[in-house]
Design a protein around this ligand. Structure first.
Ligand code: BGC
Length: 754
């Protein structure tokens, strides 16, 4: 094509796109327009671009033009905006208009561990590494918005999407989310923090109307979103499918205009969840900026080529033309979307990113290594002691099943995935040991999601009795037995759009474990899940490891911990209840809600209020199976007596607690010092204690480090709904310092003066 022709073609397409506006001609000698001049302040550039756009161009940029992209302003050279899931890797491309795979050969990725594993690292530095690595992958793939992180609070162990979130505690989730977002955005890719808010189960996700008191909303379900916006500086945020106050959260006036934009000053774009927009007038008025996925539920097929019919497309134009709505809201939405484009796709200073680099695999392995939690280790069964000629038996479907495919929108096309069996085999053989395998049970042999196939044939026609008999026979002859089971990414397990039906392990895995217990005392159970599971055999199994969905490097990380190349340091980001009825939402009969007689709406009252997770177990004195913050190591740590730098603090002061941590064992390792606050004399009921600070410290054998944790007024406050403000009530407080919510080594009293 010669230059003249290109110029002609550009002018033509510009006319088509702009409809009424004159095409911009930028001659090579002209100075750059303000909006394209990177040296000018962002707001000036945004206003300049906005001033050049026609109404139809503004409308074009606020709704989708394909499954995952929205249009830029071709006439002005403002690029399209490409989004993609999220949150554990960059999802493979689908066709323009359909959910089917585009069939690219360059869209595989590194699968990072699921966010539950990241939360279990209790280390914001690792969250930063996660965000940076993922951002580089997204940037390389030309994606400007990564649909994550998911930061909904873990309210019930049945929620099919808990694996995509950061656990049950608002403070832990806030700290990890902020670093993830900052890491991601440091690579020129916007985080799209989701799902704002109260999307805490999947069943009835489009029709659940959450009923919640303001105090619980502000103290439990909003802090991580607030931190993501105010401290993380998130450039976009996704509304949730469900409703609050009978209004869908993708266009909820109070949540979007009131809290997000006015109270927190969010200047980014609110993106609808796919198919989460339901009404043009509400979408215009109630704070939605960018509409995606209408006429789909995010998973199923949607109508093709329907983009002009989107709520924020032609129906919006009609209301403007008839004079029923002004263009004020349109300008605000377009401004926010322009900001998003300029912060990402239109900023070349971030470079091109990188994909499937060894550095990213190393990051994935590091995150997995640091997040695996050693739940139990009686008689130091782990780590496996190397012995030339030693025999290891691996049992269980999850030792061989690819877990990066499935689970809903977080499903990935991983360039490579090391299974637990492969990882264990490699580590064992390197030590002169042999590995045998027995299936043990047959769970879900499917291996396809959204057109991506694992290519694994997992079918096995043997009966459960035959499978157990084989495993038991082989177990008798082994030095170690490693059972690798848990949940998987199929509907009804750790999977979007459905919840689990019970806390139990599926596929009668308990029977296999019970049989193995009798056959070999050197047994370790590796549970792969993003959720708590019941463990009726807990006292009989000497070693239990919580291994999450670990992505590309799964097998290597698991082997690192089992063989002791890595000393486990992960801590649970949520409570494992002993039984489902011990878990707050279920104890209160507050799940999954009550369907209204006259409509599809299901009212779900969060009756447990503030008492989510350990707050419930501690306050109600219900002993969990494993508590929040729990996690063992191959070495031992001793915490000295904690001290405070003052006994009394005034309203705006902070107080610092210091404690010595000593590694008293023989291996290097890491401990997480956790600080919980309680306010026993408060005039309102408060949870027994709440996490307000933590620090992960790495120590050589014999080494002692002094750890200081500082908290301020915000850590002492509760939300007074009537006054609509945070209140720190003068009086006595106690700081509890320990290594899990049920392992407090010292408590320090202090006083907040009037
Ligand atoms: C999910 C979102 C996801 C979107 C796009 C929806 O169904 O709820 O988390 O980002 O689809 O795939």
């Amino acid at each position: 094509m010669n230059r003249l022709f290109i110029g002609f073609a550009l002018v033509l397409s510009g006319v088509a796109a702009a409809q009424v506006a004159a095409p911009e001609r930028i001659s090579s000698t002209a100075t750059r327009p303000i909006y394209a001049d990177l040296s000018r302040p962002l707001e000036e550039r945004v206003e300049d671009a906005l001033s050049r756009m026609s109404i139809s161009e503004k409308l074009h940029i606020i709704h989708a033009q394909s499954k995952f992209s929205s249009r830029g302003v071709p006439r002005l050279g403002i690029p399209d905006l490409w989004t993609d899931d999220g949150p554990h890797g960059v999802r493979p491309d689908v066709l323009w208009d359909e959910w089917e795979q585009a069939g690219q050969s360059n869209d595989s990725c590194v699968a990072f561990p699921a966010l539950t594993c990241l939360a279990a690292c209790w280390d914001p530095g690792i969250a930063r590494l996660y965000g940076e690595s993922l951002g580089e992958e997204a940037r390389y793939r030309g994606k400007s918005v990564l649909l994550g992180p998911g930061i909904n609070i873990y309210r019930t162990p049945l929620n099919g999407r808990n694996f995509e979130y950061l656990g049950e505690d608002p403070f832990l989730a806030s700290e990890m989310a902020v670093s993830y977002i900052q890491g991601l955005q440091s690579r020129g890719v916007a985080a799209c923090v989701k799902h704002y808010a109260l999307n805490n189960n999947e069943v009835n996700r489009h029709t659940t109307n959450v009923v919640i008191d303001d105090r619980t909303l502000y103290e439990i379900y909003l802090p991580a979103f607030k931190a993501a916006v105010e401290r993380g500086g998130a450039w976009s945020l996704m509304g949730a499918y469900n409703l609050l106050g009978d209004e869908h959260l993708c266009h909820n006036d109070r949540m979007l205009n009131g809290i997000l934009k006015n109270e927190w000053g969010f200047d980014g774009a609110v993106i609808s969840d796919w198919g989460g927009c339901h009404d043009t007038r509400q979408a215009i008025a109630n704070g939605l900026d960018l509409e995606f996925g209408s006429w789909t539920d995010g998973l199923a097929n949607g109508a093709s080529n329907a983009y002009n019919n989107y709520y924020l497309a032609d129906p919006y134009l009609k209301l403007i033309e008839s004079g029923e709505v002004s263009t004020d809201e349109l300008d605000d939405k377009a401004r926010r979307v322009l900001r998003l484009i300029m912060r990402t796709a239109m900023d070349p200073s971030y470079g091109y990113g990188s994909l499937c680099s060894e550095a990213h695999y190393d990051a994935a392995r590091r995150i997995g290594d640091d997040g695996i939690v050693l739940l139990r280790n009686e008689k130091n069964v782990l780590p496996i002691r190397s012995r030339e000629g030693g025999k290891i038996l691996v049992v269980g479907e999850n030792a061989i099943k690819m877990m990066t495919v499935g689970g809903g929108s977080s499903s990935l096309k991983a360039q490579r995935e090391v299974s637990p069996l492969e990882g264990i085999r490699k580590a064992a053989e390197g030590r002169g040991m042999s590995v045998d395998y027995a299936r043990g049970y047959v769970g879900d042999v499917s291996g396809e999601y959204n057109g991506v196939v694992t290519g694994q044939n997992l079918s096995d026609s043997r009966t459960p009795a035959q499978l157990i008999a084989e495993a038991v026979e082989k177990a008798r002859d082994a030095d170690y037995v490693i059972f690798v089971g848990g949940l998987n990414k199929s509907p009804g397990q750790d999977c979007e759009d459905s919840d689990r039906e019970s806390l139990d392990l599926p596929y009668a895995q308990d029977d296999v474990i019970a049989a193995l217990v009798k056959a070999n005392r050197n047994l370790a159970v590796v549970n792969i899940s993003g959720n708590a599971v019941a463990m009726p055999w807990v006292k009989d199994v000497p070693a239990i490891v919580q291994a999450w969905f670990l992505g590309s490097e799964a097998g290597n990380s698991i082997a690192d911990v089992l063989f002791g190349d890595v000393n486990p340091s992960g801590k649970l980001p949520f409570t494992f209840p002993a039984k489902l009825s011990d878990s707050p939402a279920h104890a209160m009969g507050a799940y999954p809600g009550v369907k209204r007689d006259d409509s599809p709406i299901v009212d779900l009252e969060y009756k447990e209020g503030l008492l989510v997770g350990y707050r419930w177990h501690d306050t109600r004195k219900i002993r969990p199976l494993f508590s929040f913050g729990h996690g063992l190591s191959y070495t031992d740590f001793r915490l000295g007596k904690a001290s405070a730098d003052r006994r009394q603090i005034a309203d705006n002061d902070s107080i610092t607690f210091t404690v010595d941590v000593t590694n008293t064992g023989r291996r290097a390792g890491a401990e997480v010092v956790q600080l919980y606050i309680s306010d026993p004399d408060c005039s309102v009921e408060r949870p027994a204690k709440e996490l307000k600070a933590f620090r992960k410290v790495w120590l050589q054998p014999g080494e002692t480090k002094s750890v200081s944790l500082t908290v301020g007024r915000d850590a002492l406050s509760y939300f007074d709904a009537e006054r609509h403000e945070w209140v720190a009530e003068p009086g006595d407080f106690t700081a509890h310092i320990g290594t899990s919510s049920d392992k407090i080594s010292s408590s320090v009293k202090f006083n907040l003066t009037r």
